[in-house]
Design a protein around this ligand. Structure first.
Ligand code: CTP
Length: 403
């Protein structure tokens, strides 16, 4: 998977001739699965058509503080834009815009967004060789670098002025690799294989009935997406779910029963670095699965005889060599004590406690409330959050523990 998959790139374009190359970068970013929102300075719109960028980025292109509304102008929320991005790339960055950035001169939407952005900022300077070399410009670049802006180098070669030298914006390909390198560094799980179980299992009674549970698979899917965001190679083994799995870009294996889930898990386990068991596996299955539908008046089937299913997580714990193993505990009483028991008895490195006592948490909801318990029994409770945000919290805890 591309390191840019799912990344939110805020792309600022300022008024330099190199702006004509940016549509190629936008196209490449979209191809790699990134989301792109373009902000242009008014001068940039003379060099490249906003329409082109809007079509390629599949988003509206913004360049002014307000847009005409039905009765009155509508404000463009630059603060929300700044909060949206994982990275703000300004390319090309002209000497004028670099100076505005260094001096907090908020004279257009792009500058307002820069000043309010909370995400990392990267700039690709582009200007004539003497402008680039000018002491005042170099001082501005040094100021920005000292403030934490990632200042990219310039390339050497023919310039719009007819002169030749240092000042060309990096080509779109080179910009793309700079972004990949940037996200590579922020991908702490790059090269790691992560195995995640999710969803319920269904244990058939007859061709139309089964033993199952209310698990939706949402928590496991959120974990899979977050693991990918952190650069991991993810294998998701998931029971029956209403989630559209075709939108996921990790390796997905759909299963129905606990037995099938166990077979798939164990087939991947040796090559796994981190395993997270988020599935709500049925603990029992009917001893006999009837080939035909059991009729209402069949006196032989008033009682269902059950046998235990394999405890997949316990088996992973028993066969652990190098894996970092995380389980979930779904409890309704004595939550912490039960969760800590499972942590020990299944030989886990951490356990995530879900309490069904918490409203809006657990099965079926889009939100969850968890407590993360590490190997030493230290517990960290979290607030009720979206399952995506919970997945982030879980991985931030895993990264603290995982060497
Ligand atoms: N689990 C598993 N295989 C099973 C049962 C559970 O892999 N057959 C895993 C779950 O994915 C979860 C953890 O074990 O990560 C705990 O599941 P939970 O249902 O809370 O507990 P159980 O072990 O089933 O114990 P109990 O039902 O007694 O609470």
């Amino acid at each position: 998977m591309s390191l840019l998959q799912g990344k939110k790139i805020l792309l600022g374009i300022t008024g330099g001739i190199a702006a004509y190359k940016i549509p190629l970068l936008v196209r490449a970013l979209i191809k790699q699965g990134a989301q792109v929102r373009v902000i242009m300075t008014p001068a940039a719109t003379d060099f490249v058509a906003p329409l082109t960028l809007s079509v390629l980025s599949q988003n509206e292109v913004l360049s002014s503080f307000t847009t005409p509304g039905k009765d009155h102008a509508v404000w463009t929320d630059h603060v929300a834009l700044g909060a949206w991005g994982d990275l703000f790339l300004i390319a090309p960055a002209t000497a004028n815009s670099i100076s505005a950035m260094a001096h907090a001169k908020c004279n257009n939407l792009l500058m307002a967004t820069y000043l309010s952005a909370r995400c990392p900022v990267m700039i690709a300077p582009a200007m004539d060789l003497d402008m680039y070399a000018h002491a005042a410009n170099q001082k501005n670049l040094a100021t920005l670098a000292a403030q934490g802006v990632h200042v990219l180098p310039v390339a050497s070669g023919p310039l719009a002025s007819g002169l030749s030298g240092k000042g060309r914006m990096l080509e779109p390909d080179a910009l793309l690799s700079e972004l990949e390198t940037f996200f590579g560094h922020t991908a702490p799980l790059k090269g790691k294989n992560i195995l995640i179980t999710a969803g319920p299992t269904y244990e058939a009674i007859d061709p139309v009935r089964f033993i199952g549970n209310h698990s939706s698979g949402k928590m496991g899917v959120a974990l899979a997406k977050q693991a990918q965001q952190l650069g991991a190679e993810v294998t998701l083994i998931i029971g029956p779910t209403a989630i559209d799995l075709t939108t996921l870009s990790c390796q997905v294996t759909s299963v129905t029963t606990a037995q099938q889930m166990q077979e798939q898990v164990m087939a991947h386990y040796a090559a796994t670095d981190i395993a997270i068991a988020a599935a709500a596996v049925a603990d029992y299955r009917p001893k006999i699965r009837m080939d035909q539908k059991i009729k209402k008046n069949n006196q032989d089937f008033q009682t269902l005889e059950l046998v235990a299913t394999p405890d997949i997580l316990a088996e992973m714990g028993a066969q652990k060599t190098h894996q970092f193993l995380i389980g979930f505990a779904l409890e309704t009483t004595d939550e912490l004590a039960h969760a800590k028991n499972k942590l020990k008895s299944k030989n886990l490195d951490a356990i995530v406690l879900n309490s069904l006592q918490d409203p809006d948490a657990g099965f079926g909801h889009d939100t969850n409330k968890i407590t993360y318990i590490d190997k030493d029994g230290n517990s960290t409770p979290f607030d009720l959050k979206s399952k995506d945000a919970v997945a982030k919290d879980i991985f931030s805890q895993i990264l603290k523990n995982y060497a």
